[in-house]
Design a protein around this ligand. Structure first.
Ligand SMILES: Cc1ncc(COP(=O)(O)O)c(C=O)c1O
Length: 340
């Protein structure tokens, strides 16, 4: 009964098989190997475009910080939700990598930036007023940190407004697969077609061992060299990149990543429905693989004593995360303990 995080889940067997298959012979280093180069075709297929460049890292924090640093100067800012991972859980990595760029925190319900808050923040940007820090980037997160999803229409609307004000749009897609399954959108619709310029596309939480892809779309490709230079400088240029690319290939083959995200979302739905049947309120409407349950202290302690693993979340709820490896039996066992 481990619902602590989708990063607690093991890697999918196909990922391990792909690593083994890539483990033959001598290969070029630093991303010019055959496997990393071959990944381009698979990404082109998934995102339905050739107009992109990509880079691989082993963590979402590195991806976010690197991606943002290419677009936010030390004297600039990134607009993001106050609960965004980049704001709360990355120990200042975006500020560090950008050499001092600020994060402007915006509010909004359910982990999503509110439309009025975004309008107000965009209206305040004045590059000629030296005393304030103008935003250069809008960063959205999908799936959000509250397990809710922005629709394609919402991302498109926000991106259009951001572009009209001269901002670049970043999407933290650490759980992109879960968001796509939740909304029924394709990867293309939720990214470049909606106006996303730079995407950090996570596969680790979905089932890889450690594989995050930074994608630069369209004009953002101009930053490719800078991204590589920053990756090198910060130590995120894996010499044996083929092993990261092999994971991505395995995850993207035959829609495995979407199948795994579908399963994780279904397990979360099972959990949410079971909790509600027992009268437990949820802090947010679950759309992906995370459920935020408003459990009493007594309920938390009964569950912990029975061996369930989960952690409290900001605002007083308990976060229950499902993954590709969560079984219906595990969810039912958790609900059974709660029922007593
Ligand atoms: C939305 C989001 N973005 C980025 C990350 C960063 O991932 P990592 O732990 O690989 O640095 C996480 C991890 O929990 C996350 O939830």
């Amino acid at each position: 009964m481990n619902f602590s995080s989708d990063t607690s889940a093991p890697a999918h067997p196909n990922v391990l098989k792909a690593l083994s298959a890539a483990n033959t012979g001598l290969e070029a280093s630093y991303g010019i190997d055959v496997v990393t180069q071959r990944l381009r075709a698979r990404l082109a297929d998934v995102f339905n475009t050739d107009d992109f460049d990509y880079w691989l890292t082993a963590s979402g924090t590195a991806s976010n910080a690197l991606a943002l640093s290419c677009f936010c100067p030390p004297t600039g800012a990134v607009l993001c939700h106050a609960g965004a991972h980049i704001a709360v859980d990355e120990r200042g990595a975006p500020e560090f990598f950008s050499g001092g760029g600020k994060l402007h925190l915006l509010r909004g319900p359910d982990g999503k930036i509110g439309a009025a808050q975004l309008d107000e923040a965009l209206a305040r940007i004045n590059h000629d007023f030296v005393h304030e820090t103008p935003a250069h980037v809008l960063s959205l997160t999908n799936l959000t940190e509250n397990g809710t999803a922005y629709s394609v229409a919402e991302v498109s609307d926000y991106a259009a407004k951001a572009h009209a004000t001269g901002l670049v749009v970043h999407l933290d897609g650490a759980r992109l697969g879960n968001a796509l399954v939740a909304t029924g959108a394709s990867a293309a619709e939720m990214s470049w077609k909606a106006g996303v310029d730079v995407l950090t596309f996570g596969l680790t939480k979905t089932g890889a061992m450690g594989c995050e892809i930074i994608l630069l779309f369209g004009e953002a490709r101009q930053k490719k060299r800078e991204l590589e230079a920053r990756a090198k400088r910060s130590g995120h240029m894996p010499p044996k990149m083929r092993y990261l690319a092999a994971q991505a290939e395995a995850m993207l083959a035959d829609r495995l990543w979407l199948d795994l995200a579908t399963h994780a979302n279904e397990m979360a739905r099972r959990m949410a429905e079971g909790l509600r049947r027992q009268g437990v309120d949820l802090a947010f409407e679950p759309q992906g693989n995370e459920v935020f349950a408003l459990l009493s202290e007594a309920q938390v302690s009964v569950l912990h004593n029975a061996g369930a693993v989960f952690y409290p979340w900001m605002g007083g709820s308990q976060r229950l995360v499902c993954s590709w490896a969560t079984t219906p039996e595990e969810v039912d066992a958790f609900l059974g303990v709660l029922k007593g």
